[in-house]
Write a protein of this length. Structure first.
Length: 80
């Protein structure tokens, strides 16, 4: 299974969208500074996730979240 996730920076309130096969390990990587794009905004918390059977489906959903329609979906559902 693959997971699409939304993180929120506890430092700045910024959101980050991603996908991974291991959500717990990926969150550790974000919070330990191993991900360049999120390093300066630590710590992070998971605020939403969805599971998908394939990496392709998870990636497509991540790209949707990064679109205007996806942002609207997340906002309308009180996720961000």
């Amino acid at each position: 299974m693959y997971v699409v996730y939304v993180l929120k920076s506890l430092k700045t309130g910024r959101h980050y969208y991603g996908h991974s096969a291991d959500l717990a390990e990926r969150l550790k990587a974000h919070n330990s500074g191993k991900v360049r794009s999120t390093k300066g905004y630590r710590p992070w918390e998971i605020i939403y996730y969805e599971e998908y059977p394939t990496k392709t489906e998870a990636y497509e959903r991540e790209m949707y979240f990064k679109s205007i329609d996806g942002y609207s979906f997340l906002k309308a559902n009180g996720i961000i």
